[in-house]
Design a protein around this ligand. Structure first.
Ligand code: NAD
Length: 477
């Protein structure tokens, strides 16, 4: 039922030549699912050579032919969505319904980028003398090296694969070693759709070794990373040596402002649903709640009721509402954040501990009246912990929202048009969502500012990351 774990190099699925690897663990059971092969240096060399060959072949195809292959890949993926979702849940933990949505959304992303590839237009700029023709054309940047995390094993690889391929680039993807099966299944769909050999390559290994090799390689021209801010900074420094372009989708610590003109109980229900999605392991997870003083108690009570009623379990079980954390590191982080917040004076309204069973489970947690001195007020928990604090004035809420160096997602609930206007203009974040939690559709921009990174994945801006602008000016001879 789980995936056959192989790398994809030069159009062939292979276990590589290192003889080394690591086990992939099911976080709900702590059982080993399979042994993941690691690439030897010679496999990485082969992947770069294949990507060079793949780039030449793929770039030479018409945008229309590329579009047709990508669309076919999306169709194959939709047809296998149930099977891929199972692989995803087994290796990552999220509930099966969420996994299925992720897989289908990934196919939608592929469709979106495939279409965008047909619209990578240039332009003609009027000349200052008769007959002068000034042309701007867009070309694929070249070989892309992409690194993706374990929290969205289908969606984060797909954003990079689809962007690169739609623009006419080839790509070498290193997905997370903790959730490799989904990426391998995605690669199978694309390869079967008719990609030329080497256009898409997938490798695994020790992350720092693979990334330092690929980023330093002179043939690689573009780096795309999704993960923590700390690792993003390291990779940018490596990329700077080769003057390589980067896209960085990093951490967040999303604020949610709940004003006094809304039904606090309804908002609490919506917000709790969003908070515990994927056990809070989402870079746009609503986390720092600021609730107007007058609605605070009602909000905390309802949120706590929803959180404490969630059924934890194996994501494959249809009755499960929240799965385990993806790895044991997150459990340790949750214990640390809760112990620290308690010691600094926060109230634990529910959760704050691991349930007594097997698997990397952590109870949905609500921390109330958390002082600024607590680490969770500064560091992204990346887990099922909501922090709920009070505010009084709009200015105070905006200042608190913008206090941290992150600027990814931000949310607010209000009926006031004036307040909405101010929030849209004054919140320093890549994305602001008012009166709902919806983000991350293929057709809308997705990305952060400041320490949350830069570059947009999604929307009509996204393909630019994989294109270079060339200027050609000519007079008739
Ligand atoms: P981490 O910083 O060790 O790793 C984050 C990701 O980067 C992982 O996928 C890892 O495989 C990869 N990575 C690590 N070192 C690398 C390197 N030198 N080269 C290439 N890739 C490398 O942390 P973690 O324990 O896996 O996750 C914890 C933190 O990461 C979270 O607190 C969260 O802030 C962040 N994170 C963010 C996202 C996101 O969607 N932006 C996703 C996963 C994790």
């Amino acid at each position: 039922m789980y995936a056959n774990l192989e790398m994809l190099i030069d159009g062939k699925f292979t276990r590589g030549s290192s003889g080394k690897g690591e086990p992939v663990i099911n976080p709900a059971t702590e059982q080993t699912l399979a042994e993941l092969p690691h690439a030897a240096k010679s496999d990485l060399e082969a992947a770069v050579a294949a990507a060079e060959k793949g780039f030449a072949a793929w770039k030479a195809m018409s945008a229309y032919d590329r579009y047709r292959i990508l669309r076919k890949g999306a169709e194959i993926m939709r047809g296998r969505a149930d099977a891929i979702a199972k692989v995803l849940t087994m290796e990552q933990g999220k509930v099966l319904a969420e996994a299925k949505i992720e897989v289908v959304t990934s196919a939608d992303i592929l469709d979106w980028y495939a279409e965008e590839g047909r619209r990578a237009y240039g332009r003609i700029i009027p000349g200052r003398m008769p007959g002068l023709r000034q042309m701007v054309i867009k070309e694929p940047v070249g070989i892309v090296a992409a690194f993706t995390p374990w929290n969205f094993p289908a969606l984060t690889p797909m954003r990079k694969i689809a962007g690169a391929l739609a623009a006419g680039c080839s790509i070498i993807l290193k997905p997370s070693e903790e959730t490799p099966g989904t990426a391998v299944e995605v690669a199978r769909c694309l390869q079967e759709a008719g990609l030329p050999e080497g256009a898409l390559n997938v490798v695994f290994g020790v992350p720092a070794e693979v990334s330092s090799y690929l980023i330093a390689h002179p043939k690689v021209r573009k780096i795309s990373f999704t993960g923590s801010t700390a690792v993003g900074k390291q990779l940018m420094k490596l990329a700077a040596d080769g003057m390589k372009r980067t896209t960085m989708e990093l951490g967040g610590h999303a604020p949610v402002i709940v004003f006094d003109d809304v039904d606090a109980a309804s908002v609490a229900k919506i917000a709790a649903g969003g908070k515990y999605r994927n056990a809070g392991q989402v870079c746009i997870s609503p986390t720092r709640f600021f609730v107007h003083e007058s609605k605070y108690k009602q909000f905390v009570d309802t949120f706590t009721e929803v959180a404490s009623g969630l059924k934890l379990g194996d994501g494959l079980d249809a009755s499960t509402q929240m799965g385990p954390m993806a790895n044991a590191r997150r459990l340790e982080a949750m214990d640390m954040f809760v112990a620290d917040a308690k010691a600094k004076g926060a109230a634990v309204k529910t959760g704050g501990e691991r349930p007594a069973n097997q698997g990397f489970f952590y109870k949905p947690t609500v921390l109330a009246d958390v002082p600024l001195a607590a680490r969770i007020m500064h560091e992204e928990p990346f887990g099922p912990i909501a922090v709920v604090n009070r505010f009084d004035t709009l200015d105070e809420a905006i200042t608190e929202t913008n206090r941290l160096p992150f600027g990814l997602a931000s949310y607010a609930f209000t009926r006031s048009a004036e307040t909405m206007q101010r929030l849209g203009l004054e919140i320093d974040a890549g994305m602001t969502t008012i009166n709902h939690l919806g983000l991350a559709l293929p057709e809308v921009p997705f990305g952060g500012v400041r320490e949350s990174g830069y570059g947009t994945e999604g929307g009509s801006e996204a393909i630019e990351a994989y294109l270079v602008t060339k200027f050609i000016t000519q007079l008739p001879g």
